[in-house]
Design a protein around this ligand. Structure first.
Ligand SMILES: Cc1cc2nc3c(=O)[nH]c(=O)nc-3n(C[C@H](O)[C@H](O)[C@H](O)COP(=O)(O)OP(=O)(O)OC[C@H]3O[C@@H](n4cnc5c(N)ncnc54)[C@H](O)[C@@H]3O)c2cc1C
Ligand code: FES
Length: 219
């Protein structure tokens, strides 16, 4: 894990989302599903983001502007320098025989890098509109559905599911794929175990999602 000041290379729209590309500096891209804390200009606390793509000498983050921090990140211009800390947490276990990537909405964010590292396995992606579904272009070999069809309807039996998406989607994935690896979210202040701001109940005990997760086994 390192903290460095990295320069914005580009800021590209992908449907309603923004692909923020920054120079990599000396930061390791880590394992897919790990995350980075990005300084959000004008905000006190950094914001956690999954790595979306790791082109040579760059780190790229797919961001949904839902509040002040993400809006400020999506507005960054090339040349702006921001602090980035990572990689953090536990990513996906890549030692799986028959991977199926499952994503919902902005949960698609870590899947392009995951797909690259796993050799472009099949993926099923669900979005709320055709506009949001433009992000599916980042994931090769993907079957896409738009509401009211739900992505869980596209999951065949017998595959090793690796999923990221909103909590109700992850609960639904857990119900149909008990051995799935699921990337969860919680509001995070530090990202490395110091503040307990991300504490969630796991197996009846409070645990820090930034340390124990964000990827957890559904079982
Ligand atoms: C490990 C991890 C990886 C993430 N990866 C990405 C990513 O790749 N792309 C992306 O767009 N977003 C990602 N997020 C979510 C992102 O960090 C939040 O959307 C962001 O921090 C919101 O900041 P804000 O200032 O824009 O909005 P805020 O004003 O902080 O939040 C807006 C609303 O969303 C709620 N909220 C904020 N953060 C979370 C959260 N983590 N979980 C549930 N509810 C929340 C708040 O309670 C509030 O209601 C990730 C979160 C985690 C924990
Ligand atoms: S975000 Fe601080 S302990 Fe997890």
């Amino acid at each position: 894990m390192r903290r460095e000041r990295l320069s914005v290379v580009a800021n590209e729209p992908v449907g309603p989302y923004t692909l923020l590309r920054v120079g990599r500096g000396g930061i390791d891209p880590g394992v897919p599903g790990q995350f980075f804390m990005l300084e959000a200009p004008g905000r006190l606390l950094p914001r956690p983001m999954s790595l979306c793509l790791a082109p040579s000498r760059e780190l790229a983050f797919l961001i949904d502007a839902i509040g002040p921090g993400t809006r400020s990140l999506c507005a960054l211009e090339p040349g702006y320098e921001l602090h980035v800390l990572g990689p953090l947490g536990n990513g996906f276990d890549l030692e799986v025989e028959r991977p199926l990537l499952v994503g919902g909405g902005i949960g698609v964010a870590p899947l392009p890098y995951l797909s690259e590292r796993l050799g472009s396995p099949p993926a099923v992606l669900g979005f709320r509109s055709d506009w949001h579904a433009e992000a599916a272009a980042l994931v090769p070999n993907a079957q896409v559905c738009v509401e009211p069809t739900l992505v869980t309807e596209l999951i065949p039996a017998g595959l090793n599911v690796l999923a990221c998406g909103p909590e109700p989607m992850l609960e639904a994935v857990r119900a149909v794929a008990s051995g799935a690896q699921l990337a969860w979210e919680a509001p995070m202040a530090c990202g490395y175990g110091a503040c307990y701001g991300c504490a969630v109940e796991i197996d009846g005990r409070l645990k820090r999602l930034c340390v124990e997760g964000p990827v957890l086994c559904a079982a």
